[in-house]
Design a protein around this ligand. Structure first.
Ligand SMILES: Cc1cc2nc3c(=O)[nH]c(=O)nc-3n(C[C@H](O)[C@H](O)[C@H](O)COP(=O)(O)OP(=O)(O)OC[C@H]3O[C@@H](n4cnc5c(N)ncnc54)[C@H](O)[C@@H]3O)c2cc1C
Length: 279
């Protein structure tokens, strides 16, 4: 199938991009195109205008300091994944990015585009949610920051308005003494996960974020739960569904296995990061 007809604009500044988007009802932002273009080709999306932001300067930065990682709207998954500074300050970001699609798609697809696309089977929305990050967006009435826990409102639906452009995402640094782990099960490496889980262990607090088990990325607090009970405790907050890829029962079993695995790995890596006299 071919896309329905659409007009194409390539603004040269952020102000022009925002004005173009606001002035064209039915317009959509084009970033890496790795999700949007297939949707156009399948006619699951039919925007009247594509506003290609790839000509907007200054949106491709990946800025890292001790407080965290700021990823610009045009930073490709591959650039974020390759950054040693990102890995040092917030290791969960590259741990999860390594599972996003294939190298060719990561070369073009953007991390911010994935956050806005809001696929509950995608890795980065759950990472942003678990870490308590945020998304900066700019629209006709200025710039605002959307905390991750207010970003995902339904299947493939975020709280970014149709006339707003996401300019960057913020991933807070891993606090001293905390640790993270990520794992997922997919049919083939690079496929969307049947279930994925990310753990954040901080002092006594244990939280796990899940992809592919609900309509939105879901974080469950498992603080104080015994190791043997982690999976069942998580399932009390989740409602895995059947689809053509897996049954609900199989997904529930993956939740049990992955929860225990990622919490265990995070605990081991936390011990390894602690000075010997504190273990
Ligand atoms: C074969 C294949 C396998 C894949 N596997 C995975 C996977 O395992 N895990 C995974 O997470 N992803 C996967 N992806 C998707 C990939 O990660 C995309 O790169 C990502 O979802 C979207 O980023 P993009 O830059 O390509 O956005 P686009 O496709 O350009 O846009 C996606 C949507 O977000 C909107 N958007 C994008 N950027 C902005 C912005 N800055 N401001 C406002 N709106 C914006 C667009 O309007 C559109 O609605 C896969 C893609 C393919 C083709």
């Amino acid at each position: 199938m071919k896309p329905a007809p659409f007009a194409y604009r390539r603004p040269g500044s952020l102000a022009e991009a925002v004005a173009t988007l606001a002035g064209e009802p039915g317009a959509k932002v084009l970033a890496g195109g790795q999700s949007l273009v297939p949707l156009l080709s399948m006619r699951l999306a039919a925007p009247s205008v594509l506003v290609d932001i790839n000509g907007v300067p200054g949106l491709d930065a990946v800025e890292v300091d001790d407080a965290g990682v700021r990823v610009g709207a045009l930073a490709r998954h591959a650039a974020v994944l390759a950054s040693d500074d990102v890995r040092r300050v917030q290791p969960l970001v590259p741990m999860a990015l390594a599972h996003v699609a294939h190298a060719t798609i990561r070369n073009r697809g953007t991390t911010v585009g994935s956050l806005v696309h809001a696929d509950a089977a995608a890795e980065m929305p759950v990472v942003l949610t678990l870490l308590g990050g945020s998304l900066d967006v700019e629209g006709p009435s200025g710039r605002r920051t959307i905390p991750a826990d207010q970003l995902y409102v339904g299947p493939l639906e975020s709280s970014v308005r149709a006339d707003e452009i996401a300019v960057s995402a913020w991933f807070p640094a891993l606090p001293a003494g905390a640790s993270v782990a990520f794992d997922e099960v997919s049919r083939r490496h690079g496929d969307y996960a049947l279930v994925g889980a990310a753990a954040l262990v901080e002092d006594d607090r244990v939280r796990v974020g899940y992809l592919s088990v609900a309509d939105v990325p879901t974080v469950v607090d498992l603080t104080g739960v015994a190791d043997d009970d982690l999976g069942e405790a998580a399932l009390e907050h989740l409602d895995p569904a059947d689809d053509i890829h897996a049954t609900a029962a199989y997904r529930a079993q993956l939740v049990r296995v992955l929860t225990r695995r990622v919490v265990g790995r995070a605990r081991v890596s936390r011990q390894a990061r602690q000075p010997k006299d504190m273990r």
